[in-house]
Design a protein. Sequence first.
Length: 386
Amino acid sequence: MFAAANTVWQMLSNQRAMGNAPDGGSDTDTESTTSSSSSHTYQPSFCDVLVVKAMLQRAANFPLELVDAIVDEACYWAHAHAEIDFGKETGRDLGVPSRSFHPTGGNRFLLRTPPLGFQRAPVRGGGAARKAYTTNEPEPVPAEEAAGGNCSADDIRKWLPEGQAPLLEHPCRKIVFTLVSRDQGWSNNIRDRGTYRGSYSWFDVGLERYGWGGEHKDSQFTDTETETPPFAPAAPEAASLYTLRPDVVTAFSPPPSNLQHPQQQPPSDQPPRRWQFDFPLNPGVDRLQSNKVATRDFTEHTIVWSWTDEKPPLEEVPANEAPVPEGEDPPTRCPLDKMGRGSETGDGSFVRNLRVGDVVTVWAKARFPGWVNTVRSAKVDVYWAV
């Protein structure tokens, strides 16, 4: 381990000495320290973690299992960052109306993270390509449609520079979502104003995974004219992202007009199968965060999903919120509900089940006439064990 850490560190040092650090900063400083500036805490890079583990193992002669436990307990993890700030990008906040007011409204894609294990998006080109990767809405194609199947964890590791791939199958440790948003600022429901009850503007989390869309390519692609190894790994051309969440279903297609009877089979040269996302009508138990009802001021929500989370116990609903008929037990609820979070998001399963190469996405939602999800910014930080 020490030899590997020393090799990677030396490679990085040589790149900086030659002035070849790519745009956006080096892997060891700019990107790892500025993405969480609001917390004023140091965010280690992959190489930082690798060097610390090597130092612990060599100086104290600790077994690797104990070194891993120490690093995990200290939350000393590598991480990747994705962010969209609509005020800076467009000069105005993003308004997501309900479908009733806009034919394409109600479900708005916001951003995606780099694949788990990558500190930057594995795309060819510079900043423009990475920005497009982060914010371009996905095509509704399900993962099972990957021609060559899903990319395995070993496939994904080959895209990374030597010594920088997570060894664990499920290395994710924590995801931090930071959302600045509000609803339309008014509601006919006076009782729920300022609470999360009855909120129909919210955020959901999605999931994408790489699959082989064509001929299987084992070699890593690196555009040496625009990127400098080992900072910018790139996915092979044959690999594409497919959607696991939200659900993808067959798009409704009316029968061809030349059919005389409904039972008649369509011609064999019918167009290829089409897909569409299947979004639930109401905010579900897996929602990321709801907006406060009828609140004009923007609220910053910081939601932390950890691999060690356990579902919190239910609590009684106060009598002023839900009067209890005589002789009946008071109703209960998950404490996450009163925070505007989905009750099924507190068990840590989403984080624990992420595998190398998985991509986290965020969607903004609004439903029913008059409801608007006004988004100022969204950030996601994904942490994983090295």
